[in-house]
Design a binder for this molecule. Structure first.
Ligand code: GLV
Ligand code: GLV
Length: 313
């Protein structure tokens, strides 16, 4: 029987599955455990089930050795220093595929909401400003026939592209084999949807220059990572009309404080990082994370491992 520390309550019965075989401790609060509390618990544990909010860096690993596995409850692992985990012999699990459709759905929900000004129009109704018979009220943009630029053509990017095709959009994307550059995608698109992972190369790669390449009528959608976009540059681009709008499920920083200056920009929709938040998807993610931990603790390969090179050592 091993000891597992889980950093949040999870939907479904995944934690019960872990409890059937191991000694499981769950952080009881809704927010993340403070880093020192996490370190303290991790020191007592053989394995961890972590969220994106937990920072698993070299210092953490050094302080908490020897861990037999970390199962990250996300497809992204940018909160984890994978190389340091590999060096320390720690397999890191993630949850690919199961959240692809849910995240692509949310990207498309944001696209449609921004195109048709759903937030403003709903707000008008709630504040008693129903625009009676006014043909010029809440004019949005056509989606059919528009060009959707996909930046990052992985699983979620391709799933979003399929939705765009279903809505009659033309797709441009900048995968290596496409022959199209990021600049081309930015220049040609009416909607630009980001789906790239956060890496040293992509951190802040949408800045003032890139936003200026976009059409003044274009809308930026981000369901990937907030840090892909330079927040100050985006705020300015929205305020001075460099682009027409943005719809974000991810921000830099996260959480975005309610009085953050970005929120004073016009034509902006912001959601609190809920791309994978459907009941079924979140339960599947919990099952995958639990399966990864059970395998690691049984001395087997994690079925969904983000650093498979750890098994080649
Ligand atoms: C969510 O952002 C994830 O990486 O799963
Ligand atoms: C993430 O799963 C991606 O490949 O887009």
């Amino acid at each position: 029987m091993a000891r597992i520390y889980v950093t949040r309550h999870l939907p479904g019965d995944a934690v019960d599955r872990l409890r059937a075989a191991h000694d499981v401790d769950v952080w009881p609060e809704d927010g993340p455990p403070p880093q020192d509390v996490l370190v303290e618990h991790a020191r007592e544990a053989d394995a961890l089930l972590t969220m994106l909010t937990e920072r698993i860096d070299a210092e953490f690993i050094q302080a908490t050795q020897p861990l037999r596995g970390v199962a990250n409850y996300a497809v992204g692992t940018d909160n984890v220093d994978l190389a340091a985990c590999t060096d320390a012999g720690i397999p890191v699990g993630n949850t690919p595929d199961v959240l692809t459709d849910a995240t692509a759905d949310l990207a498309f929900a944001l696209l449609l909401a921004a195109a048709r000004r759903i937030r403003d129009a709903d707000e008008a109704v709630r504040t008693g400003n129903w625009p009676t018979g006014s043909p010029g009220a809440f004019l949005g943009q056509d989606v059919a026939g528009a060009t959707l630029g996909i930046v990052g053509y992985g699983r979620i990017g391709r799933a979003t592209a399929r939705r765009g095709e279903g809505f009659g959009m033309e797709i441009v994307q900048n995968s290596r084999s496409s022959g199209t550059t990021l600049d081309d995608v930015l220049e040609r698109s009416d909607f630009v949807s980001l789906h790239a992972p956060l890496t040293p190369q992509t951190r802040g790669f949408i800045g003032e220059r890139e936003l200026a390449l976009m059409k003044p009528t274009a809308i930026l959608i981000n369901t990937a990572r907030g840090e892909l976009v330079q927040t100050g540059a985006l705020e300015r681009a929205l305020k001075d009309g460099t682009i027409a709008g943005a719809a974000l499920d991810v921000t830099d920083p996260e959480p975005l404080p309610g009085d953050h200056p970005l929120l004073t920009a016009p034509n902006l929709t912001v959601l609190p990082h809920i791309g994978s938040a459907t009941r079924t998807t979140r339960e599947r993610m919990a099952d995958m994370a639990a399966g990864n931990l059970l395998a690691a603790l049984a001395g087997e390969r994690m079925p969904y491992c983000a650093n498979p090179e750890v098994y080649e050592r």
